[in-house]
Write a protein that binds this ligand. Structure first.
Ligand code: SF4
Ligand code: F3S
Length: 317
């Protein structure tokens, strides 16, 4: 099947179709991204054009102290095959988890990507251990601190993907023996100013929306005080929660297994941190299927700085 809506570079549509992304799926996906970006469905053709443009930006994806759940959130996404779309939109030249190359060949791929005359976008996952010169995290016998210090400042755009890369994540929980830090904190002395896509895991639609924005504007979107794009993190989880009407009516579920919890009553008295957490989970969900609070679990504030220390205990009873 061939897409025929003039979406840009000839061949992009065919590549997507070959990977099982139908035209209908693709346009549905572009509409969802447009809505996620707060632009409305009419912006979908612009998203489509950005995603199938003639130049695929080179992306270097670095891993640090983490569980790789952020990569998983992209790669395990189901219809409309988000991983296929992302991999078709960008030229992923280095990614330690999914690249075929290993050893010296992987090192060479990294340095080749960094030397690309058109520049590269750097996506960083995981916290950076900074204590004792960074010896608590190494790749290819280099510390994560030295790799990031060398590579990240050379990128034309930097995205910290997930709460470990943005704010340190659970590695940074007290007493934080490895000195784990988020990217901007660890490398501010080198002028690094990454776009922070927080979340544990972050939503892959926010990553695609950021890439689309960058491809269209060649600049970072408007951000909040923690460098999170306002188009994704401009409202609290609470603002858009389907249980909000019960919060407003003072109807709080007394326990997780109660009939009230099943009926959709508010989880605030069971520990929900939605009122103090900025994220768009209720609007875009994960895999467009569900999200924690709708599934009956309180929001634990996973997109906020220091949530691991500041928002615990996660449950009240
Ligand atoms: Fe707010 Fe949480 Fe209650 Fe939803 S469940 S209305 S996010 S406090
Ligand atoms: Fe995280 Fe709360 Fe969303 S825990 S995934 S910000 S609902």
């Amino acid at each position: 099947m061939r897409f025929s809506v003039g979406l840009g570079k000839e061949g992009a549509e065919e590549r997507l179709a070959r990977r099982g992304v139908s035209r209908r799926d693709f346009l549905k996906f572009c509409t969802a991204i447009a809505v996620t970006m707060g632009m409305g469905p009419a912006f979908a053709p612009e998203v489509a054009r950005a995603l199938t443009g003639s130049r695929r930006p080179s992306v270097v994806y670095l891993h640090n102290a983490e569980c790789t759940g952020c990569s998983e959130s992209v790669l395990r996404a189901f219809q409309p095959y988000l991983d296929e779309l992302v991999l078709d939109t960008i030229s992923l030249d280095y990614h330690e988890t999914i690249m075929a190359a290993a050893g010296d060949a992987a090192e060479a791929a990294l340095h080749q990507a960094v030397a690309n005359p058109d520049g590269f976008i750097c996506i960083v996952e995981g916290a950076i251990p900074t204590a004792d010169n960074g010896i608590y995290g190494k790749v290819a016998n280099h510390t994560m601190l030295s790799i990031c210090s060398d590579i990240v400042p050379k990128a034309k755009a930097v995205i910290a993907y997930g709460t470990c890369a943005t704010f340190g994540g659970v590695q940074a929980a007290k007493p934080n023996p490895t000195g784990a830090k988020g990217l901007n904190d660890a490398l501010k002395h080198l002028g690094v100013n990454a776009i922070n896509l927080a979340g544990c895991p972050p939503n892959p639609y926010n990553l695609v929306g950021t890439l689309v924005y960058y491809l269209k504007n060649n600049a970072a979107p408007e951000m909040d005080e923690f460098n999170r794009p306002l188009m994704f993190f401009g409202q609290s989880v609470h603002d858009n929660c389907p249980r909000l009407k019960h919060f407003d009516a003072g109807e709080f579920a007394p326990s997780f297994e109660s009939e009230e919890a099943r009926k959709g009553w508010c989880l605030y008295e069971l520990g929900c941190k939605g009122p103090s957490t900025m994220n768009n989970c209720p609007k875009i969900k994960f895999n467009q299927t569900n999200w924690p609070v709708e599934a009956g679990h309180p929001c634990i504030g996973c997109s906020e700085p220091d949530f691991w220390d500041e928002k615990s205990p996660f449950y009240e009873s």
